[in-house]
Design a protein around this ligand. Structure first.
Ligand SMILES: [Zn+2]
Length: 148
């Protein structure tokens, strides 16, 4: 339900997992979700008012359907800071490390002007990231809170 927000939070460097695969609105699955969040010391973000109520202080009801409003809600509540980091893979949440020259050279999609970039690598996805790799527009949206 909050897949886009999940990716944005990872762009912002936050350790974010997603409950994809669990059935929405199923009380048994809701209980599992709350238990996982509690055990992993995670704040549960949801658009389901009933689930948010059951989660009490461990859950947060996300009000808007617009991802920039969702990010703004978390900023207003002092849960996140508006920033963009290259510390996590936006696809799988794995922590990135600096890429080595072989990894950069093997990625056909990498920019050719190496000196102007810092490169990072996701071991899990075998994917190369660099400042600008998410696209200038997206980076500006996250950093300045721009709407589409
Ligand atoms: Zn990854």
């Amino acid at each position: 339900m909050l897949g886009t927000l999940t990716r944005y939070l990872r762009f912002m460097g936050y350790d974010t997992t997603s409950a994809n695969g669990l059935v929405e609105g199923d009380p048994k699955e809701d209980a599992i979700l709350l238990e996982i969040a509690k055990q992993e010391h995670r704040l549960l973000l949801t658009k389901d008012a009933e689930l948010a109520r059951r989660g009490n202080t461990g859950a947060l009801l996300i009000r808007s359907d617009d991802v920039m409003d969702q990010v703004q809600q978390l900023i207003d509540l002092h849960r996140v800071k508006r920033r963009l980091t290259m510390s996590r893979c936006s696809l799988c949440n794995t922590e990135l490390r600096e890429a080595n020259t072989c990894e950069i050279a093997d990625a056909a999609y990498a920019p050719k002007d190496w000196r102007n970039h810092t490169f990072f690598w996701c071991r899990q996805c075998q994917k190369l990231y660099w400042n600008g790799s998410h696209g200038k527009q997206l980076e500006e949206r996250v950093e300045r809170g721009l709407r589409e």
